[in-house]
Design a protein around this ligand. Structure first.
Ligand code: ADP
Ligand code: MG
Length: 616
């Protein structure tokens, strides 16, 4: 038998390692930015083309590399940052594995230009698929410029796996923000396809947070500060009333490194409990400082998870630090006993005890129940809903056939226009009635219709938007007073990715200076009063469903715009509005079910009502 084990060639080993280090353009961005920070730069520029798929370039004014180091930097396990195993426990730099450049060189076309201060000429290296194409002296600025072109050009599986430009851009912005929030003293810029996305001058931390997240944050931040033997906590929390419905703005940094920790996140979130709604997430920017030898940052190649020696104490300290600043800034409702005037409770007389008030109820009472055993009753209930279902389906079918019958002699381009009043006897006077400001009740010849107003409007808009997206001839209703909305950089970038599609749907929106949108008109049927809300909600939805909503996914795009633009539950409707809504709903192709299969209309048949009244 011959020996069969051999060492993998370097370029193969590098390509395997690359799979761990570089999952997507954003991971390359992270590595390059961190290298630039480690090089002691005071200005770092990130330049991106096509969400990083074509180009990722980072230019810094840091220490640069000598000719030999420039060559060495692409070797695997080549690093200037640690020398021996002990150094692993005192890491002050971002990188230390010496894997990033080798990995990127294995899966992209890489160009390095670098120069140290003392020398006139720098060096340029071009390397593709781990193979050096050229190395020559070049005249360039002090510092380093690294370009990663055509990422994954030789790993088609990876390349095909990349998400839409919107999604990949979002990830890049996330990484950029994390590094920028860690180093407010460094001037960072980001440019995407020729547009300046960020330009963050060197500043203090508070100003940096505001520059990254938007001016609005200036009034929202509350400092947090706690110094102990184990841990120093500094940074900002965002006032509870500005909590978000997405998890987006939660940042922990440990020794200047962004980390994720559900455990520590819980310690913050629980301090906010009772101050924010259940479906909301507090925003925070919390910086922890610990002795480097009490943490292990070595457990994950992309290094966003971290192990602490004394996790429990850290949890407790953060929790109390957050509570403290919530209290100090009078954000938490405090009980002031000296001022309490709302209840005037007389003092107890001697020997008197407090008796809890008792309310007498019959827990078995059910107004819909005749006095049968409950098991039979629930069986009956089930039966009824089964009938209701069948009735619903009948209704559906019946209506479908009517639709197709009348379709011939209707000239409307949607071919399905049908007046819902046709479903009603000639003698019946049609009335709509709003219940709880969320349901519209009306009738057909055979029973009662309960329509969910929000879903109904969503459906109407959804079908309209899809139609417009496919035809590109949307009608717009001009706003009397155009509105402008200022967004933060990353939200602005999100919208820009889908701006053309939004326009096709009938939103007349333009870029109006930096990070500002001008809304000049809205699609027919969308209420004018809420146009800022619509955009805000739409952005939230893009964030929540980053993997779905994109320029290429028309359904998801139309759905989320329909959601953000629709009238909501809780909105009072006039009879006229209700009639129009019901009319339009029945003109839809699918009036009964929303695209995700939820009912829009519930029908209760006359028979079923009779039955319920006559039940023994
Ligand atoms: P690591 O950062 O873990 O050391 P990398 O592969 O990212 O590994 O980089 C390898 C080495 O190349 C670094 O240790 C550093 O000496 C050098 N290097 C990389 N990027 C830069 C830069 N922008 N400026 C100066 N030196 C750099
Ligand atoms: Mg590195």
């Amino acid at each position: 038998m011959s020996d069969i084990i051999q060492l993998l060639p370097d370029h193969v080993a590098n390509q395997i390692a690359a799979g761990e280090v570089v999952q997507r353009p954003a991971s390359a961005v992270k590595e390059l930015l961190e290298n630039a920070v480690d090089a002691g730069s005071t200005k770092i520029d990130l330049i991106i083309k096509d969400a990083g798929k074509t180009l990722i370039q980072v230019v810094d004014n840091g220490c640069g590399m000598t000719e030999t180091d420039a060559r060495m930097s692409f070797e695997r396990h080549a690093t200037s940052k640690i020398k021996n195993a002990d150094d692993l426990f005192a890491i002050k730099t971002k990188g230390f594995r010496g894997e990033a450049l080798a990995s990127m060189a294995a899966i992209a076309h890489v160009e390095l230009k670098t120069k140290i201060v003392d020398i006139d000429l720098g060096s340029q290296i071009i390397i593709e698929g781990s193979e050096i194409i050229s190395q020559e002296p070049v005249s360039c600025n002090n510092g380093t410029s690294l370009s990663i072109k055509n990422l994954f050009y030789n790993v088609p599986a990876r390349r095909n796996f990349l998400k839409s430009n919107g999604v990949e851009t979002r990830h890049i912005i996330d990484e950029f923000e994390r590094v920028a929030l860690t180093h407010p003293d460094i001037h960072f810029t980001m440019n995407h396809n020729g547009n300046e996305v960020f330009n963050l001058a060197s500043s203090g931390l508070r100003q940096r947070v505001v520059n990254v997240l938007g001016k609005k944050y200036n009034d929202r931040l509350v400092p947090i500060e706690e110094y102990t033997n184990i841990l120093n906590v500094t940074g900002y929390i965002v006032k509870p009333e500005f909590s978000k419905r997405t998890r987006g703005e939660q940042f922990f940094f440990v020794n200047n490194r962004f980390i994720k920790s559900t455990y520590l996140n819980h310690s913050v979130t629980s301090a906010f409990r009772e101050l924010i709604a259940k479906d909301q997430f507090p925003s925070y920017f919390i910086y922890l400082e610990v002795e480097p030898n009490t943490i292990d940052i070595n457990i994950h190649p992309t290094k966003t998870e971290i192990k602490f020696e004394d996790e429990k104490s850290i949890y407790a300290i953060i929790h109390s630090a957050v509570k403290n600043s919530l209290g100090k800034y009078n954000i938490a409702p405090s009980l002031d006993f000296t001022q309490e005037t709302s209840f005037n409770v007389p003092p107890l007389k001697e020997g008197q005890t407090i008796v809890q008030p008792v309310i007498k109820v019959n827990p078995g009472f059910n107004p819909f129940e005749t006095n049968k055993e409950s098991s039979i009753n629930s069986f009956k209930k089930k039966n009824i809903s089964q009938q209701q279902l069948t009735a619903n389906l009948d209704f559906l079918n019946q209506n479908k056939s009517q639709n197709s019958k009348s379709a011939d002699n209707i000239s409307d381009n949607r071919g399905l226009e049908q007046n819902w009043t046709e479903l009603v006897d000639a003698e019946t006077e049609i009335k709509t009635y709003q219940l709880h400001q969320k349901f519209i009740l009306t009738q057909t010849s055979s029973g009662l219709l309960i329509i969910n107003q929000q879903r109904a409007h969503q459906q109407i808009l959804f079908e309209q938007f899809i139609f417009e997206l496919n035809r590109n001839t949307a009608e717009t209703q001009k706003l009397m007073f155009p509105k402008t909305i200022e967004l933060n950089n990353s939200d602005f970038e999100l919208i820009r990715e889908v701006l053309n599609e939004i326009k096709n749907i009938g939103f007349d929106i333009e870029v109006f200076g930096k990070n500002t949108l001008a809304i000049n008109g809205l699609p027919i049927g969308v209420e004018e009063a809420n146009c800022e809300k619509i955009i805000e909600e739409f952005i939230q939805q893009i964030k929540n469903n980053a993997n779905e909503i994109s320029a290429n996914n028309k359904n998801a795009l139309a759905m989320s715009l329909a959601r953000s633009s629709s009238i909501k539950n809780g909105r009072k409707l006039s009879s006229e509005e209700m009639n129009t809504l019901v009319d339009q709903l029945f003109a839809c192709e699918t009036p009964y079910l929303s695209p995700n299969g939820k009912p829009i209309i519930i029908k209760v048949n006359e028979e079923e009502l009779d039955q319920r009244f006559d039940r023994k």
